[in-house]
Ligand binder design. Structure first.
Ligand code: HEM
Length: 146
């Protein structure tokens, strides 16, 4: 993947501005609410019965932050995302058996949350850079599936 200077700066800038706890919790909650079949992987998280339960579930909040910290590794290794995520891809494939289509859904939820946080700074150009970053993340997470 070739990144322009604008794309690099934009992606790093987004991650330096957002609060991982807030954004991760909001994005994962949104995903679990809007695409309820994604709940099936989180059987150990306790009560995911409705939107209120999901948004106040401390395990969802904690895991949202874990996902953001995972993404931070990609931000810090923009030129090597596939290798950076090789192990995480194997984990989601072989151990967790997550349907890889769900990566895109979580990415879309994250985009909505980030857009809301950045407000007018989420310009079409910023959106395009973030979308490209997520596309590389999703394809890297899909890589160890067969
Ligand atoms: C665990 C990242 C998407 C389900 C994890 C972990 C990370 C991570 C860093 C912790 C790994 C460890 O403990 O070594 C990501 C990223 C994603 C993503 C960056 C995409 C942007 C998804 C999706 C699902 C999912 C879409 C299911 C719908 C899980 C589950 C665990 C996990 C069930 C284990 C949770 C636990 O029991 O603590 N993920 N993930 N992940 N992920 Fe993902």
């Amino acid at each position: 993947v070739v990144w322009t200077d604008f794309e690099r700066t934009t992606i790093q800038d987004i991650f330096s501005k957002i609060d991982y706890g807030v954004v991760g919790q909001a994005a994962l909650s949104r995903c679990l609410i809007v695409y309820p079949w994604t709940q099936r992987y989180f059987g150990s998280f306790g009560n995911l019965y409705n939107a209120a339960a999901i948004t106040s579930n401390p395990k969802v909040a904690a895991h949202g932050k874990v996902v953001m910290e995972g993404l931070e590794k990609a931000v810090k290794n923009l030129d090597n995302i596939k290798a950076t995520f090789a192990e995480l891809s194997t984990l989601h494939s072989e151990k967790l058996q997550v349907d890889p289509d769900n990566f895109k859904l979580l990415g879309d939820c994250l985009t909505i949350v980030v857009a809301a946080q950045l407000g007018k700074n989420f310009t079409p150009e910023v959106h395009a850079a973030f979308q490209k970053f997520l596309a590389v993340v999703v394809s890297s997470l899909r890589r160890q599936y067969y």
